[in-house]
Design a protein around this ligand. Structure first.
Ligand SMILES: [Zn+2]
Length: 360
């Protein structure tokens, strides 16, 4: 009796009263019958990795390669309109950078017709650490740049050279830490969409060519269920970005980003934080503690969102003032902000993929 008492006391301590009672009761398997077939019901286990421990947090926070991030930005920061030689150069740079880091890279090519330029060949880049994983956290951006009708030089620093460089930099900086994901069931995918930009006027047939193609293809192939969440990075690199939670089903993950920002700021692990003074508003934070539910931001996530893939959209609101102008060039890049955001995204990725799991 005493032994039993001690045993049950331990269970209570470990699981709390309600869960302790559940643990002590015999497990009841529930079944449902449908058309003569017996289905076993089990509780839904919500994937909920634990926060990084203080030790992990400090260790991972100190990992960075700012020089590499600058170089990666420089390599992508050329006009790279779909179908031009530069577009191929940037694609090859992304592919080779990831292959050099031991990533499995697949090219998803297809043809589509675009206004002004006509028949074009588009290529999405799909990079995975484990091509046979059951599920993926997907980090995505687009690598094409906008076609300017007047022939002006548009290099799209925030749109989206910086986001692409952040993903390459993440692969480089976390090369060692991500190694276990080469054989894990839940792994990481980096997705570089082609043809995000419209050629004439943004519309359902003239924009997000690559994302539309891939979402449709993966739906047909039954692969969309393998995406835990698609985190889309866009228009990053300018000073003073403000992010909001757009979707309730990923709000807990948005809050993880916000928590990581708080944790880093409290431990003074950011570069010049937070306001550059450019936006001339009160010093703020990047991840706002507010939701923006009815925003109609059209971006590469839309074809996936419509097919019920959970989306976390990291796009500042409002957009950078240089958006779709030739001023979206190296001059607008705030490297302190860029490094800070890259750090938050790296920690988020590690927490999501390597944090200890527990049922919610
Ligand atoms: Zn754009």
């Amino acid at each position: 009796m005493r032994a039993l008492y001690g045993w049950s006391k331990n269970i209570v301590r470990k699981y709390g009263w309600i869960n302790a009672i559940k643990k002590l009761l015999p497990k009841q398997t529930k079944y449902i019958y449908n058309l003569g077939v017996k289905f076993e019901l089990s509780d839904v286990t919500v994937y909920n990795p634990s926060q990084l421990s203080d030790g992990q947090f400090l260790e991972y926070s100190n990992l960075s390669d700012k020089q590499h991030l600058r170089e990666a930005i420089k390599n992508i920061l050329i006009p790279r309109v779909v179908g031009t030689p530069n577009h191929g150069i940037v694609r090859q740079y992304i592919v080779q950078s990831l292959r050099d880091l031991d990533w499995h890279v697949e090219l998803n090519g297809f043809h589509d017709n675009a206004p002004i330029l006509g028949a074009l060949h588009f290529t999405n880049i799909i990079a995975t650490l484990n091509p046979n994983a059951e599920r993926y956290l997907v980090l995505a951006c687009h690598y094409d740049s906008k076609y300017m009708p007047g022939g002006e030089e548009f290099v799209g620093a925030t749109d989206s050279a910086v986001p692409c460089a952040m993903l390459l930099n993440l692969a480089k900086v976390l090369q060692e830490q991500l190694k276990p994901l080469q054989s894990s069931k839940l792994s990481l995918m980096l997705l570089f969409f082609d043809g995000e930009e419209a050629f004439e006027e943004w519309g359902p047939k003239d924009s997000i060519y690559g994302a539309r193609h891939l979402a449709k293809l993966w739906q047909k192939e039954g692969k969309l269920d393998r995406i835990d969440m698609l985190v889309l990075l866009d228009l990053l690199g300018a000073p003073d970005p403000a992010f909001y939670s757009f979707f309730s089903n990923t709000e807990q993950w948005y809050m993880r980003m916000a928590d990581l920002e708080t944790r880093l700021s409290e431990q003074h692990l950011f570069e010049r934080y937070v306001n550059s003074g450019v936006a001339r508003r009160d010093p703020s934070r990047y991840f706002q503690p507010q939701a923006l539910r009815n925003s109609q931001v059209e971006d590469d996530h839309i074809p996936f969102l419509r097919r019920n893939v959970p989306i976390l959209h990291l796009i500042p609101m409002p957009f950078p003032s240089v958006w779709h102008t030739t001023d979206d060039n190296e001059g607008v890049i705030d490297y302190a902000t860029t490094n800070n955001l890259a750090l938050i995204i790296r920690l988020f990725t590690l927490e999501y993929l390597l944090g200890g799991t527990k049922a919610a």
